[in-house]
Write a protein that binds this ligand. Structure first.
Ligand SMILES: Cc1ncc(COP(=O)(O)O)c(C=O)c1O
Length: 457
């Protein structure tokens, strides 16, 4: 481990670093947690305390765990060959990574590189807007998004954000974004015995399209599983119906795979759990598993062909640029990630370990009244906490926070919905690395078990 002076590190962190989603007032009375080392599923802090990371780097990113040598080696040897050149020119890792990625996405055709999930979604929105200008006289420019979904932190991606507490302080927003209803089966407005609940939820989107005028709507953006909004898996038939409605009104279907992409749900992509054909797929976190900053906006050939215009004028190409889309570390790591996942049958492990984790969580649900709902897919699970199972009244965010803190005391890091909604910040989240084992999952489950003995609704 590298040498460091603990007191100096803490003092300098307090003095110079602005942490995200952090009330820095608390650092007047307590020290920040500073991690200095990661190995497999564990991170070690500045005090030498080791923590089991059940959320892959806090935000579901370090999918192959820490210290994964093939990824580190791929990056370092690529950086010695060619560290960067702007993406208007080609380079070997981008070509090889793009080819391999497209091989995992039947029906998709082109890969556009940038650096973050927000940026990948911004590119998708720009693609929709440019197509609206060039093909539809600027008329099909509205983009629909779903309540509880999140697509990024920039002003325009926040314009497409279905989580009001994230938006509260940053308006005015980009015009042309319209919300439709979330699809939480646990909080369904339909009778428990209603058939085709998935379709009913999807028809809420159609109502919005009709209200807005279908001629003005160009696209829909959706998470295959709502992630930060509470790990909401769509009901059967939902995404298929959404896709059908998109075809009916000639809307582009943008699937935001920033969280689910690259194996989190046990398929290469979350949407591949359903029978849907997206027009644009965005991805980020899992692409290089946290080893490099890379995101992708992937389109069908049809979308790409809308940008092939033989006029030589300014509409003849996508007027976009991403400086760091030309960093070769990202695609080198992305390629190594895909190879590692194939060679180690990572998707099989996700399915097996996902079942194991879900079994354990269902046992906890039987034991503790505070757990209103357990849901998820693959190694991505949510536990919605309630004051009362009958009324489903959510616990306050502080109660979910107390469970996270109890787990932390036992050196297990779990996550929760964090200041997203005025009332529903009540879901705990587990997303361990995709290479996790039963022994590690047992530790996570034991920590939760103990935490629920202490924390009451
Ligand atoms: C579904 C989804 N889309 C987009 C983003 C934004 O990604 P980034 O933070 O890399 O900009 C996130 C971030 O958590 C996300 O969960």
């Amino acid at each position: 481990m590298a040498e460091f002076n603990k007191a100096e590190l803490i003092a300098n962190d307090k003095k110079y670093v602005w942490h995200h989603l952090t009330n820095h007032k608390v650092f007047e009375s307590q020290d920040p947690v500073i991690f200095v080392k990661g190995e497999g599923m564990y991170v070690t802090d500045v005090n030498g305390d080791k923590y089991l990371d059940a959320v892959s780097g806090g935000v579901w990113t370090v999918n192959l765990g820490y210290g994964c040598k093939p990824l580190v080696d791929a990056i370092s040897s690529q950086l010695m060959e060619l560290c960067y050149f702007a993406n208007g020119y080609g380079n070997i890792p981008t070509i090889e990574f793009s080819k391999k990625l497209i091989g995992k996405m039947p029906g998709m055709s082109r890969v556009y590189l940038s650096n973050s999930g927000s940026e990948a979604n911004e590119k998708a929105f720009k693609i929709v807007r440019q197509i609206s200008k060039t093909k539809h006289n600027g008329k099909k420019e509205k983009i629909l998004y779903r309540n509880r979904d999140y697509h990024g932190t920039t002003i325009t991606t926040l314009s497409a954000c279905g989580q009001e507490e994230r938006r509260d302080q940053y308006g005015p927003y980009t015009p042309g974004f319209v919300e439709f209803a979330a699809c939480s089966e646990y909080r369904s407005p339909y009778p428990a015995d209603a058939p085709n609940v998935g379709e009913l939820f999807a028809l809420e989107m159609e109502k919005v399209i009709q209200k807005e005028d279908p001629g003005t709507v160009g696209a829909v953006i959706i998470e295959p599983i709502t992630a930060g909004g509470g790990v909401i898996v769509p009901p059967a038939g939902y995404l298929e119906k959404i896709s059908e409605i998109c075809k009916k009104y000639r809307l582009l279907l943008i699937i935001d795979e920033v969280v689910c992409g690259l194996g989190r749900t046990g398929k290469w992509f979350g949407y591949q759990n359903f029978d849907v054909k997206p027009d644009i797929v965005t991805m980020a976190k899992g692409v290089a598993a946290g080893y490099a900053a890379i995101s992708c906006t992937v389109t069908t050939e049809e979308v790409f062909q809308d940008f092939i215009v033989d006029t030589g004028d300014r509409e003849g190409y996508f007027r976009d640029i991403s400086t760091f889309g030309g960093c070769t570390a990202g695609p080198a790591a992305g390629l190594a990630n895909l190879k590692y996942m194939e060679e180690h049958n990572v998707l099989d492990n996700v399915l097996k370990m996902g079942d194991y984790l879900m079994d354990g969580l269902k046992k906890l649900e039987k034991k503790y009244e505070i757990i209103g709902d357990v849901r998820g897919k693959g190694l991505f699970c949510g536990l919605e906490l309630v004051k009362d199972r009958a009324t489903k009244e959510p616990v306050p965010e502080s109660v979910a926070g107390a469970v996270v803190a109890e787990c932390m005391k036992q050196h297990v890091i779990i996550g929760k919905t964090s200041r997203c909604f005025h009332k529903y910040n009540n879901t705990l989240c587990l997303a361990p690395a995709l290479i996790t084992t039963e022994a590690e999952l047992d530790k996570i489950l034991q920590a939760l078990d103990k935490a629920f003995q202490v924390v009451k609704a």
